[in-house]
Design a protein. Sequence first.
Length: 483
Amino acid sequence: MRAAPTILHLDMDAFFAAAEQASKPSLRGKPVVVGGLGPRGVVATASYEARRFGVHSAMPMGQARRLAPNAAYLVPRFAFYRAISGQVMELLGRLSPLVEPLSLDEAFVDLEAGGLADDSASARAVGERLRAEILATTGLTGSVGLAGSKMLAKIASEEAKPDGLVLFEPGTERALLAPRSVRIIPGVGPATGDHLRRAGITTVADVVEAGEDELVRILGRSHGASLYRMALGHDDRPVVAERDAKSVSVEDTFDIDLHDRLRIRLEVERLAERCVERLRRSGHSGRTIVLKVRRYDFSTLTRSETLRGPTDDPLVVREAAERLLELVDTTGGVRLLGVGVSGLADYTQEDLFAQAEAGAGAVAGAEAGPADDGGRGEAEAGGGAVTSVGPVAVAVPTATETAMRRWAPGNDVRHAVLGAGWVQGSGLGRVTVRFEEPGSTAPGRVRTFSVDDPDLEPADPLPLVPGGVTGAEPAAPGVRTGE
């Protein structure tokens, strides 16, 4: 534990939803839910206005619609969020060389390493200045926690939400933690929490009272000893600037179960291509190809193949994923597919084509029983026609599917005459657009067009703050732009 609260935790407030509200004046102060909009989609983020109705992240979208039927439901715009996240991380990098990103909207910062703070007063000043800079740069708010350890800094930022700063003075750890739920301690998830509850341990004070020996008996040596130290407020985990990615993956949840074997194979090929694009953008290659299949009965299968060396070649990844698909029984239908690459490295073995053709590699599989549908696919896919052109089969989306993806609610558009706007909804061959920009002082006007109107086109997001970044991401050399 540090003698000064020089570990800072930043957590942007309802990040995805707040970004959408900032870019769409008509949604400010109103409930907004971002996530997969299909019948099997899940909530990625809910605005604070939506949370008052009980909507929260990871909730099935159908349940969210029942709780808040009048909320605005939008698809995620990940390129837009990544661009804003880059601005925020740049500001954090100015504070210290030790910045540990946890996600697009969350990070730890070691202020001591940056030489900007050595006591409570200086740490608080840095935190307040950071919040002001984030607001001025992005137009969004973030909450800051300051403490002598990572665990307490994160707890402090949660208490600061929304749009606040909380500082925990070193030396007050035990008093702060004692009345709180044991679930607040890092590493205590639902299963461990339930295990402790059955033993009569529900608060952090109960953990301390139980003692290390009892915790070791209940949870095992490593977990029990670690939990006891955390309950006493002892958290010496450093802020780590480089967090190595363990894997790169993409997955899709389908509105309607896929039964056609050819369609399933084509979806796996498409996912493999997307996975490689993401792999290349991260600057990695990988040795292990993983296929995930969730079947009609919610049972989830994973199959993996380990290559002789790392690759970022789309042909190698696609062919490996296809071989893995041959090992999976898809009878009855498939509701989710995923392709991933693990065993990451920052170099690529040059020639794996012969290996791919020979099908070399160790194959391993794991099977899980029925599970809750936690599908967090980045996009929902509908049914589409499959046609064959010569020897190569390609999936041809239906006109309805194409329109749904092109004119998804929340996406940016531009009209040749009316200017910038965003899609409120589409269907029956029409798309409804609200024409407004982030700097608009009042809600914009609404117009409806044919989905094939030549004057209406998809567009890049506009910056939230004049002179700021948009969601357009330049492609790296030799790499296609991602979705």
